[in-house]
Design a protein around this ligand. Structure first.
Ligand code: ADE
Length: 251
């Protein structure tokens, strides 16, 4: 099964170019991901190919008009939802990415200027999503974030079959630290457990680091989880170890 993502955008090249790299490229080459790009400027009735106009009520900037955006959405439309990317939307996260990665089709609508005429959103948009609490100058970077997060979840897109499963956030926790050669840099050694070759010990250490980092950096994520007794014990061990290391450092 493959996923098709159609993007309605005034800057299709931005999406096309960025998706020529990394996992989105590989996913397309393996025909797991199909991208379609639709420019409202190609669908405008206006003689001068205009797609925007001044806002009623005044104020800065321009508003994207209903007619060209609606026509582009109609051209892009398939069986899946039409998703408008904007700071007013629901927050995109890993569980949303998992949900959308299971869909065969979706249309992403990337806005520019001050926004899109509200009547278009009421009429044509099924869901509104934001990639975070900040304002981008257009929806294209958000569409790229969306496409990347989904492409890497498509079965077969990542080289190692289960590496998406091992990701940060897949189980609601932050990632553990990673190390590669050399074994020592400027006196800083790789944790000994990773050199020992005992896979059960390594798993346990990594899980403890994930729990500990989430506790330190994103307690809000931890609150959403029901930790098992084993996980609680691991986290307590992490906290104890932090205290010992801190006091070892001396005043
Ligand atoms: N367009 C502008 N800002 C955005 C954001 N934070 N998320 C999604 N789309 C956007």
């Amino acid at each position: 099964m493959s996923t098709r993502i159609d993007v309605v955008t005034l800057f299709p090249e931005m999406i096309r170019e960025a998706c020529r790299w990394g996992i989105p490229r590989i996913a397309q080459e393996k025909q797991l991901l199909e991208l379609g790009l639709w420019n409202p400027r190609d669908y405008t009735d206006d003689r001068n190919r205009r797609v925007d106009d001044r806002p009623y009520g005044g104020g800065p900037g321009m508003v994207m008009q209903v007619q060209p955006v609606h026509a582009a959405i109609e051209a892009a439309r398939g069986d899946g939802p039409v998703i408008y990317l904007s700071p007013q939307g629901r927050r995109f996260d890993q569980s949303a990415a998992k949900r959308f990665a299971r869909l065969p089709h979706m249309v992403l609508l990337a806005g520019r200027y001050e926004g899109i005429d509200e009547r278009l959103i009421e009429q044509d948009v099924d869901e509104e999503w934001s990639i975070g609490d900040y304002v981008l100058s257009g929806g294209e970077p958000a569409a790229l974030v969306w496409i990347d997060a989904i492409a890497r979840l498509l079965p077969g897109a990542l080289g190692d079959g289960d590496s998406a499963e091992q990701d940060s956030f897949m189980d609601g926790l932050l990632d553990y630290p990673h190390y590669s050669r050399p074994e020592v840099i400027d006196g800083k050694a790789v944790p000994a457990v990773l050199l020992g070759g005992n896979h059960a010990d390594i798993e346990r250490w990594r899980h403890k680091q994930s729990l500990g980092r989430t506790w330190e950096r994103r307690p809000d994520l931890l609150e959403q989880l029901q930790l098992s007794d084993e996980q609680k014990a691991l986290l307590e061990e992490y906290i104890r170890e932090q205290h010992t290391t801190d006091s070892d450092k001396g005043p």
